[in-house]
Structures are given as C-alpha cells and as structure tokens.
Design a protein around this ligand. Structure first.
Ligand code: PGA
Length: 252
C-alpha cells in the first residue's frame, strides 16, 4: 500500500436528535483534541433539521457535518425531499447515500443510489456510499457477490479517494449488537479494495472503506485494526459524545 489513509469516524444520527442535542455535539467538539484530530477525521450526520445549527457550532472545522440522504434532482416539485444543494447550503460537506434503511424503507436500488452520489458530487460534496448484505444473503454464502454487485451498481464513474467514501454495513449488524468476525470484515474489505482498485486504479486503492454496524467503544479497537478498514460509520453509539469519542480512541 502507498501512503497511509487517514481514517474517518462518521456518526449517523438517523431520525434522532432535537435542538437540545447540540450539547452532545459541543461535548464532542471539546473532546476531539488536536492530537486525536491529527490521527482521525470526524463527522456527524444529524437529521437535516439540525444541519445548519450544527455546522454553525463546528464551523466544519474539527468535526465535519454531513447529511443522511438527498434527492437526485437539484430542485423541483418533490414534496418533503431535500436536494444535495440544499443540505450543502445548510452546511453539510458530505452526504450518506444508499444506507440500507433507505434501500429497504424507500425501495432505493443501485441506480437511484448511483444517481444520488452523482447529485452529491455536482455540489462538490463527498458521497458516503453504503453497501451490505442481509442475513439471508450472508447465510447463503452470497456476501461477496452482493457487495460486488452493489459497488458496481452504486458507485458512479469518476469516484476518487477525495469525493467518495464506501461504508460496508452488514444489514443484520445494524442496531442489533451483532458484528461480523474480524475475519469476515477483512474478507469483505479486501474484496472491496480489489474491486475498487480494478475500477478506479490508485483512487480506489486509497479510497476510505468504513465498517458500520454495532460499532461501540468496546469493539472499536478490534474492528478498526482490520486490514482495509479505514474508519467507522456509527449509528447508535454516535448519539453520545462519550461513546463516539470512545470509538475514536481506537486510533489514539
Ligand atoms: P448502528 O448503525 O451503529 O446503530 O448499528 C450503523 C448505521 O446504520 O450506520
């Protein structure tokens, strides 16, 4: 491998958090000292209602602020939707696309996810593209095929290490307390590295590959030390600054 990839620990707050939760963000900013910031990048993706407030607090300096989704179009008659331009305007520097909860709850397939990633790039933001197998797919031995197909279908041409982050999130590990073994994570991340390197050359070889699914302070060191794991996408444990900092401590 070439130069070391700087890891990223990103928090996905999902549909959680009211204005008062800014105190957790402040605690995170306070605990994320220069020493830690030199070793690991940090991001919080709050619900869209909090993006502007949170971006004001962080100034997108130490802790970056991201969004959890966007529409494929930049504006128009799409009641209830938000465009990448709108969340960028509110202060987001990255957008999660293709999270399994969007894929499942909103029927978003690879084509839509790919179009969303392109919409993210059109605003010069970073796309955090999620992939992951279901429990049934894992049990039937299809994991690597599913991941390859999702990468091929969801990651647009033009992906670079700067504009794209991939998050491997086994659906069965999200919010369940279950995690794959280090070997299983290693197998998937090696496969993703291989596929992305074939597709995007050096850019794919240096793109950040996050693991997500029940990451918490007690398992972060083990998961973050797996080869080709360049950080984490954290749900539940990102809501409390102490837990999130405890996960980042894996990189101290
Ligand atoms: P979890 O969620 O950490 O609560 O399992 C991860 C995610 O869905 O991004």
């Amino acid at each position: 491998m070439g130069a070391a990839i700087k890891p990223l620990v990103a928090g996905n707050w999902k549909m959680n958090g009211l204005k008062a939760a800014v105190s957790e963000l402040q605690a995170l900013v306070d605990g994320y000292d220069a020493d830690l910031a030199a070793k690991v990048d940090s991001m919080i993706c709050p619900p869209a209602t909090l993006i502007a407030q949170f971006a004001d607090v962080t100034g997108n300096s130490a802790v970056a602020i991201g969004a959890q989704d966007c529409h494929v179009n930049v504006s128009g008659a799409h009641t209830g939707d938000l465009s990448a331009q709108m969340v960028a305007d509110a202060g987001a520097v990255a957008i999660i696309v293709g999270h399994s909860e969007r894929r499942a709850d909103h029927g978003e397939g690879n084509e839509v996810v790919k179009a969303k990633a392109e919409a993210v790039w059109a605003q010069d933001l970073v796309a955090i593209i999620c992939v992951g197998e279901t429990e049934v797919e894992r049990k039937s031995g299809e994991t690597l095929d599913v991941i390859k197909a999702q990468l091929a279908g969801s990651v647009p041409a033009g992906a670079t290490a700067a504009n794209c982050v991939i998050a491997y999130e086994p659906v069965w590990a999200i919010g369940t307390g279950l995690t794959p073994t280090a070997q299983d994570v290693s197998d998937v991340h090696a496969c993703m590295r291989d596929e992305l390197s074939k597709a995007f050359g050096d850019e794919g070889a240096t793109m950040r590959l996050l693991y997500g699914g029940s990451v918490k302070p007690s398992n972060a060191s083990e998961l973050m030390s797996v080869a080709n794991v360049d950080g984490a996408l954290v749900g539940g444990a990102s809501l409390k600054a102490a837990d999130f900092l405890g996960i980042m401590a894996a990189y101290k």
